[in-house]
Design a protein around this ligand. Structure first.
Ligand code: PEP
Ligand code: MG
Length: 580
């Protein structure tokens, strides 16, 4: 039995067996297999060798056409190494006798070989080490790629253990079979964490070395409330967690009874509680949880879940499905926020960008790829005839960007008019306030935007200079930082002065300890992850605005995030003693 501590990012407790996915770009841990699994691992190895051979043959053909036969010969050397009988025999022997996964056998045998070459005096031989690394990555790529694809068709329930998962990998998981997610890497508001929460899958990230501590099939308890994983639990722990899980589920269902009740403070102030979604099919369950509209539709997930660029028609169908699912309730469609951790097709997002979160992401990427942007805007506008929508631009950092985005939108509208294609009139066009420059200049932006939605996930990372997905500095990433709170307050004030609608759609809005503070700061609309709606609503229904204002004033006297958080948690427990 072993307990690992990480960052709780999606609540709930799961008890199941582990399925481990290795990562090509980090060391492959020695993972044991049962003797009955040897044949399967050998078949996996053969398949990956064949596919790697085919890759190299294709690359060789391309190279002949582009750089000529002589240079293409480098691939002959790769092919020869790949088919080298003694090496392949060693890998198979390792699987059969040491009882390890095909991934580990490839990794360990080829590393040894590469080290042998890199220690040679002869320069030519030394350089062969690079060819071996290259080959090893290729074979591992196929082995790991297949395991990831298999995740979409699992036969039984499991807890997924991985070094890290990209948002698109998470989006394609079989939600009925994956009962929990545990990763070495990741932070509270990484998009994988957000998605796991939206899908209702308990998740713990930042466990640092869980992939090397677990074997496939190990029994695991994953506690997404307290951020821990128990590997090979004993009977007593299983009993304790089953009881804890039962109580947590009972608490959840008691909250579900709030669904039909209004989100209204005890002194009668109504708060709009809307939902953040990634896919249209999340809308119905979100409305079922009591959401009164969709405050953030992250449209980039349609792109992340497809291998080719979605056509205008495909996008239109998706946006139309979303509008119709809203049944007359408002839908805020955010234009593409690709880039940074939401890496998509080569040519659009850049894997090798040095500072991806400060790079060509989001609205910047759209403004540099106009056909991508205008196709999306056309699809959104066409869908607008089916129900009330708002259009929101992400990551606006200067006024020219907002103006440019609005101008392009106006051009697209003009084109549609010329083509007699219908779209709604008077669609509100707003922006995310998620970059400190936009927050500081909020009063200027408020003159040109119809609404603001404060994106605290990014606002925090840019204000305190902490990557939202990096587990090593996760302790520095905090919505309770006085500088972040002060920016939120300024944006709300600027919006109110300009009489425009202001909401908040970062994860902070779904964390019940912040609810009183946010109401005290003047927010009357929150867009949050659907599972958080009942708990936030319960806080709202038990406080007065005066009490929230007192909380806000007290928070303004603190100098550190620790003081703020400590105080807010205590206040929350006074309202909701059963809170997690
Ligand atoms: C945010 O940054 O707060 C936000 C809501 O957008 P995302 O999490 O998609 O970056
Ligand atoms: Mg953002």
């Amino acid at each position: 039995m072993q307990i690992k501590k990480g960052i709780a990012v999606s609540p709930g407790v799961a008890i199941s067996r582990a399925v481990v996915i290795d990562a090509e770009d980090v060391a492959i841990p020695r993972r044991a297999i049962a003797s009955t699994a040897v044949t399967r691992e050998l078949v996996r190895l053969d398949e990956s060798l064949e596919e790697s051979q085919q890759d190299i043959k294709n690359l060789r053909e391309q190279a002949v056409a582009t750089v000529g036969e002589d240079l293409a010969k480098i691939f002959d050397a790769h092919l020869a190494m790949l088919m080298d009988r003694p090496t392949v025999a060693q890998i198979k022997h390792s699987i059969e006798t040491e009882l390890v996964t095909a991934e580990y056998a490839v990794y360990s045998v080829m590393r040894r070989l590469a080290q042998m070459f890199s220690g040679q005096e002869n320069r030519y031989l030394r350089e062969r080490a690079n060819d071996i690394w290259d080959l090893e990555r290729r074979i591992l790529g196929h082995l790991i790629g297949h395991s990831q694809q298999e995740l979409a068709h699992l036969e039984s329930e499991c807890i997924l253990i991985a070094h890290d998962l990209t948002p698109s990998q998470t989006a394609s998981l079989d939600k009925n079979k994956i009962k929990g997610i545990a990763t070495d890497a990741g932070g509270r508001t990484s998009h994988t964490a957000i998605l796991a929460h939206a899908l209702g899958i308990p998740a713990v990230v930042g466990l640092e070395d869980i992939t090397s501590s677990v074997n496939n099939g190990d029994s695991i308890i994953l506690d997404g409330n307290r951020g821990q994983a128990v590997i090979d639990p004993n009977a007593e722990q299983l009993l304790t967690f089953r009881e804890y899980k039962r109580r947590a589920t009972a608490f959840e269902s008691s909250l579900d009874e709030l669904r039909q009740l209004p989100a209204q403070t005890t002194d009668g102030t109504s708060i709009a509680l809307q939902a953040n979604i990634e896919f249209p099919d999340e809308i119905e369950p979100a409305l079922g949880k009591g959401a009164t509209g969709i405050g953030l539709y992250r449209t980039e997930f349609l792109f992340l879940a497809s291998e080719v660029e979605p056509t205008e028609e495909k996008q239109y169908e998706s946006y139309r499905a979303a509008v119709e699912a809203c049944n007359g309730l408002p839908l805020t469609i955010r234009t593409l926020d690709l880039g940074a951790d939401k890496v998509w097709l080569d040519g659009y997002t850049d894997h090798a960008e040095r500072n991806p979160f400060l790079g060509c992401r989001s609205i910047r990427l759209c403004l540099q790829h106009l056909p991508l942007f205008t196709t999306q805007l056309r699809a959104i506008l066409r869908a607008s005839v089916h129900g009330p929508i708002r259009i929101m631009f992400p990551l606006i950092s200067n006024l020219m960007e907002l103006r440019q985005a609005k101008m392009i939108l106006a051009d697209v509208m003009e084109d549609l008019e010329e083509q007699d294609i219908a779209f709604a009139e008077g669609i509100p066009v707003g922006m995310m306030v998620e970059v400190p420059s936009a927050a500081i200049q909020a009063s200027v932006f408020a003159q040109e935007a119809d609404f603001f939605s404060i994106g605290t996930n990014d606002l925090i990372q840019y204000t305190v200079a902490v990557d939202r997905g990096n587990e090593r500095i996760a302790n520095l990433y905090s919505a309770a930082h006085p500088a972040v709170i002060s920016l939120v307050r300024d944006v709300v004030r600027a919006g109110k002065r300009a009489k425009i609608d202001v909401s908040l759609c970062g994860e902070m809005g779904g964390e019940p300890e912040y609810t009183m503070l946010l109401l005290g700061l003047g927010l009357r609309k929150l867009s949050i992850t659907p599972p958080a709606i009942p708990e936030v609503k319960q806080i709202i229904r038990n406080v007065t605005i005066d009490r929230c204002k007192r909380v806000m004033r007290k928070v303004a006297t603190f100098e550190t995030e620790h003081q703020v958080l400590h105080y807010l948690r205590a206040e929350m427990r006074r309202v909701l003693p059963d809170a997690r």
